[in-house]
Design a protein around this ligand. Structure first.
Ligand code: CUK
Ligand code: CUA
Length: 660
């Protein structure tokens, strides 16, 4: 029995038994399985969990998670069901393994500088895979930085960050990145409100001078970049805008946005004022913002904007007058808002309310058309009557946060306080299992501990896959070997393939390199990354061949004028050419290197001590670094990647001759 045929077998007891007489050395017998299980104290359910997740050598994962990295500033890529970390993607934070920010990537990181200050970290919360007709297309990934209101664009051909944009109007964001079904825009909304541009104003002017906003960044798919010239914002009241979601199918063209702090609380515990945590939770309800973004786009194109901080903004009064902004109450401290696969229902969870509240898009539409308002807020925004737009409320448990969907009419909501995942039925028309409208809690599975977001396979698209769900837990407490006072987060994989009631936890994955919030799970075969860069001399920044890329036989060190030197270098197993680079102290050095390999995984590193340079050059890639050789000395440069048997010999010397 070969390894491969074994892999294709269903790993059930019967097939294992059939192997007993087989000759493969490692495949022993069920007796051995039982004795290992006994020795390790594994139950039958745990053996089954192992069989569902164990991924033997050579077998690949069926799904891929793109996870935010919280204040690590990065994105993590993880396989499902193996729950193996496949790689990180360096985004807002320099990362030496990928050479990000140590010679290359600096220009992109600099695009994210704030107020002229270098900024070298981020707080990533909500990744958004690009979509076509409401389904992930596997081409692009966007992610927000909550700490400084930035959005990054990642190209999934090479899993590298290509652009960072800083929002000129606000200084942090939470409701981003979110994309509509055809990725026309990337939405980003302010959270902790400030005066425009984070200018100074005293707290006493909160209501008058602090502002909320949603920015619609135009995505140019051909160029693979956000087009700032075609982007604009809509002014919003200074509530703390929170999570959001784009409409889809019947609700395509709409954007749904939660808020907290409709109290306009300004804190001040030190002055005996209610602290923020109490001040922002006083009202029984906050507001769901309902934004007709297609109408907003027309208003922007018609020029009904005001320029603020050099950016076109639809003023609040125009947004009201044009009827593109409505509010409706939502239960206290809302957090997640998630649009159901058909776009017909919008699920909101309030952290302090044990229910999920389900709004009907049809009813919202009718209420807007018939102007069924219960009033307006203190900024003049019309408020849709709650009872006229709500379809149902489902009691799911304590601390509901976020909701994802399955293909079979199930919704899944994370319960932070209960530390559980709730499965409930999403009304009527979802398949044959729910012929009648039915909003019922079906089951709860405990997780460990304090789940934040959750992700089901393609669970926020128009066609969720079900099968797997991952609980992104905030606390791990006692789950792993102690690593001191700072503990990993815990990703727990749940099997949700059974339509009955069970959805067992089948894997625990410690996440020890960041604090993820949202993550999306895409079918692996939708991703079409390059195996190597398409041609030798490829510049990943432009995704094209760099005409200046060094090529074999053209390597040289060239003096340009008195104080400038250009280096043209190639790297291939196992040498750099040239190996001696001599410059004079004070020279401006422009150093280009091409990795001329065509073999998959033939990456070379390149590092220079003292000058804080380290690169990762993938097969075909060319890079350009620039520095002033201000420190004289003898500096061995070498390849940091163990690329061949003679990798230690893959080095050379940078000689910087001192000025006399
Ligand atoms: S948030 Cu962290 S668990 Cu930023 Cu989407 Cu809810
Ligand atoms: Cu190239 Cu080590």
């Amino acid at each position: 029995m070969t390894r491969k045929t074994l892999r294709n077998r269903t790993l059930c007891a019967a097939s294992l038994m059939a192997l007993v007489s087989g000759s493969t050395a490692w495949a022993q017998s069920m007796t051995d399985v039982q004795s290992v299980a006994k020795e390790r104290g594994l139950s039958t359910a745990e053996l089954l969990a192992a069989a569902k997740t164990f991924t033997p050598t050579g077998m690949k994962d069926e799904y891929v998670i793109f996870s935010s990295g919280g204040h690590s500033g990065q994105v993590f890529v993880i396989g499902v069901p193996s729950m193996r970390l496949l790689r990180t993607i360096a985004v807002f934070t320099p990362e030496s393994w990928q050479g990000w920010g140590f010679g290359v990537g600096n220009e992109i990181l600099d695009e994210g500088n704030v107020s002229g200050k270098e900024n070298r970290w981020g707080d990533t919360h909500h990744p958004a895979l690009s979509e076509t007709n409401g389904d992930y297309d596997g081409e692009w990934l966007f992610i927000n930085d909550k700490s400084n209101a930035r959005i990054a664009v990642i190209d999934l051909r090479d899993f590298e960050t290509k652009q960072i944009v800083k929002n000129p109007l606000f200084i942090n964001d939470h409701g981003g990145a979110f994309v509509p079904p055809n990725t026309e825009y990337i939405f980003q909304t302010a959270q902790y409100n400030v005066p425009w541009g984070a200018d100074y104003a005293p707290m006493s002017e909160y209501k008058d001078n602090f502002r909320g906003a949603v920015t619609m960044w135009k995505f140019d798919r051909k160029k693979g970049r956000i087009d700032k010239e075609k982007s604009f914002a809509i002014e919003l009241p200074p509530y703390w805008q929170d999570i959001a979601d784009c409409g889809k199918l019947v609700s395509d063209g709409y954007f749904f946005l939660n808020s907290i702090n409709t109290e306009l609380a300004t804190g001040g515990i030190e002055q005996k004022k209610p602290p923020f945590e109490a001040g922002v939770s006083m009202n029984a309800t906050d507001y769901l913002h309902i934004i007709d973004w297609k109408k907003a786009e027309k208003v922007y194109q018609a020029g009904r904007t005001t320029e603020i901080k050099g950016f076109p903004v639809i003023p609040l009064d125009v947004a009201i007058e044009e009827g593109l902004l409505h509010l409706t109450p939502e239960p206290r401290s809302p957090h997640g808002v998630d649009v159901a696969p058909k776009g017909d229902f919008i699920v909101v969870s309030g952290k302090l309310d044990p229910h999920t509240t389900i709004y009907s898009f049809d009813k919202i539409n009718k209420a807007i058309a018939s102007k069924n308002f219960s009033g307006e807020d203190e900024f003049g925004v019309p408020v849709l009557d709650f009872d006229s737009v709500v379809e149902a409320q489902v009691e799911v448990g304590l601390g509901p946060l976020h909701t994802q969907f399955g293909p079979d009419g199930y919704a899944y909501t994370s319960l932070f306080l209960d530390s559980a995942v709730a499965r409930w039925t999403l009304g009527g028309q979802y398949g044959s299992m729910n012929p009648e409208p039915d909003w019922t809690l079906v089951q709860k599975t405990p997780v460990h501990y304090n789940i934040g977001h959750l992700g089901a396979a393609e669970g926020d698209t128009v066609s969720p896959d079900g099968k797997y769900l991952v609980a992104y837990n905030k606390w791990s407490v006692d789950r792993f070997v102690s690593t001191g006072p700072l503990l990993p987060q815990n990703f727990q994989l749940l099997d949700i393939s059974q339509q009955g009631t069970e959805m067992p936890v089948i894997y625990d994955m410690p996440m020890g390199i960041g604090e993820p919030h949202y993550a999306q799970i895409i079918k692996a075969d939708k991703l079409k990354p390059w195996a190597v860069y398409p041609e030798i001399g490829w510049d990943p920044m432009t995704q094209s061949v760099d005409p200046y890329a060094p090529r074999p036989k053209m390597e040289r060190v060239e003096r340009k004028g008195e104080h400038e030197v250009e280096v043209y270098m190639t790297s291939v197993r196992s040498h750099f050419t040239p190996e001696h680079v001599t410059v004079k102290q004070g020279d401006k050095v422009t150093w280009r290197i091409t990795n001329t390999e065509r073999a998959i995984d033939a990456t070379h590193g390149f590092s220079i001590p003292v000058y804080n340079i380290t690169l990762s050059l993938e097969a075909g890639e060319t890079a350009k670094i620039e520095f002033i050789a201000d420190t004289a000395g003898t500096f061995p440069f070498y390849c940091t990647e163990f690329c061949s048997a003679l990798h230690l010999e893959m080095m050379g010397y940078l000689m910087v001759e001192p000025n006399e």
